[in-house]
Design a protein around this ligand. Structure first.
Ligand SMILES: *Cc1c(COP(=O)(O)O)cnc(C)c1O
Length: 436
């Protein structure tokens, strides 16, 4: 479908007046660009202009847009059925996707709960942890306790209320929902960066909180290796390894939120592989359907599942209407099979190389605080908050789609981006950083 030119002003006006966009004002909305189609790594705007997409539509479109294999999977599923309820029914796409997830995630994760979005997958993970400990009541000393979560500062886990309660307490929405959000325990953000020798002092605050409050803590929830929307930090795998040990020592479950990192983004299929650990509960989302439709999953171990279901009421109390949506599951199977049938590690390594060499020039700019890269994620951190409108305009002038936030200009390109497009992308990022 294309938006006719003469109508496009009116359509954009409707959008401006009636449609919320993410984290946006309805009184003074940031301008939005009308996209009429997308192919490979390119978005086509209503005026015919093409932009190279440096965002993979928020981590999701790892194979690029309009991929023939994913399109075919969607069409095949549509011809069978788009969806059926998952209560009392099942279907081949959910089963196949479950098999893939159980096979590809760390070995102890064997049980899969499908949901509609990342935030819901986090809610389900938290519910699993809370229900697990409630089910132990009467058997264990912490009867009626273990109601709280522990996390690290600088995290992001989604926008629903329990997820918000474990987002960074300063940058997140804690102030806004003060008195409404559940109060959780926050350890200091791990400081040692990925690839640097580990400073064991990083663990002090986590250790102290666990030592003091472990009887009240159901789970530690953390983004493995890479903290995304909370500031784009890559931290040392040692931290995650030690956190796993501490959770074992203090009888606290470990939830890894792999929603941004899952499916190859950091150079491993799942970021917890950098640390060689496995969580008790894991959330995946974003790239799971290659960016086609919304889907997420929460996996857990046999122990967690058995613990939950042995107690009252003998079931996990969650069941979304669109649970294991067949269309989404079919596309997810195709996307994951496509990913693992290709030399994806090599693709990610090549992107990493380009990001490292291409963004390096930004380091010399006086307004740039830091440049960092891991896998197919490249970050330029500025000293000051970025004027988003100005940055967006400057990127579009360069034929690029990159969407900065806070002090961060970042790119996470589709894994299929060509060397030439990667050069254009990194050069544009450095140029725009210089302008801001
Ligand atoms: C995006 C994200 C979420 C939330 O996912 P939605 O699909 O936007 O609800 C949760 N955790 C992490 C780490 C994310 O990056």
């Amino acid at each position: 479908m294309s938006i006719p030119n003469d109508d496009s002003a009116a359509l954009l006006q409707f959008d401006r007046e009636h449609l919320w966009h993410p984290y946006a004002s309805m009184l003074d909305p940031t301008p939005v660009l009308p996209v009429v189609s997308a192919q490979g790594v390119r978005l086509t705007l209503a005026n015919g202009r093409e932009l190279i997409d440096g965002t993979s539509s928020w981590w999701s479109a790892v194979h690029g847009y309009n991929h023939p294999v994913l399109n075919a999977a969607a069409q095949k599923q549509l011809q069978a059925m788009s969806n059926v309820m998952f209560g009392g029914l099942t279907h081949p796409s959910a089963i196949r996707l479950g098999q893939l997830l159980v096979d590809l995630t760390p070995v102890p994760l064997t049980k899969v709960f499908f949901s509609d979005s990342g935030s819901v997958a986090v809610e389900v993970a938290i519910k699993m942890a809370l229900q697990f400990w409630r089910a132990q009541d009467g058997k264990k000393k912490h009867v009626g306790r273990k109601n709280k979560l522990l996390t690290v500062r600088g995290g992001y886990h989604g926008d629903t209320f329990m997820a918000m309660s474990v987002c960074d307490p300063v940058d997140g929405m804690h102030q806004l929902f003060n008195g409404i959000l559940t109060e959780q325990f926050f350890a200091d953000r791990p400081q040692t960066r990925f690839g640097e020798p580990f400073d064991t002092g990083d663990l002090d605050s986590l250790k102290e909180l666990l030592a003091t409050h472990h009887d009240d803590i159901a789970a530690l929830i953390i983004e493995p290796i890479f903290q995304g929307a909370g500031g784009m930090h890559f931290y040392a795998p040692d931290y995650l390894q030690q956190a796993r040990k501490l959770c074992n020592d203090y009888d606290v479950l470990l939830i890894c939120d792999e929603i941004a990192t899952g499916f190859g983004r950091t150079g491993k299929l799942f970021a917890c592989e950098h640390a060689g650990i496995s969580p008790d509960i894991m959330c995946v989302g974003k790239a799971i359907t290659g960016g086609y439709v919304t889907l997420a999953a929460t996996l857990c171990t046999d122990r967690v599942a058995a613990g939950i279901c042995a107690g009252e009421p003998g079931a996990l109390m969650h069941g979304p209407t669109f649970m294991a949506n067949a269309l989404a599951c079919a596309i997810a199977c195709a996307s994951i099979e496509l990913l693992i049938s290709q030399p994806w590690q090599r693709c990610v390594r090549i992107i990493e190389m380009h990001l490292r060499s291409g963004l390096e020039a930004a380091r010399a700019l006086p307004n740039v605080a830091d440049v960092r890269v891991l896998g197919a994620i490249g970050v330029i951190e500025m000293h000051d908050a970025i004027d988003i409108r100005k940055a967006q305009t400057a990127f579009v002038e360069r034929g690029l789609w990159v969407r900065p936030f806070g002090k961060i200009i970042y790119a996470m390109p589709p894994f299929v981006m060509s060397d030439d497009d990667l050069r254009t992308l990194t050069q544009g990022m450095v140029e725009v950083a210089a302008l801001l």
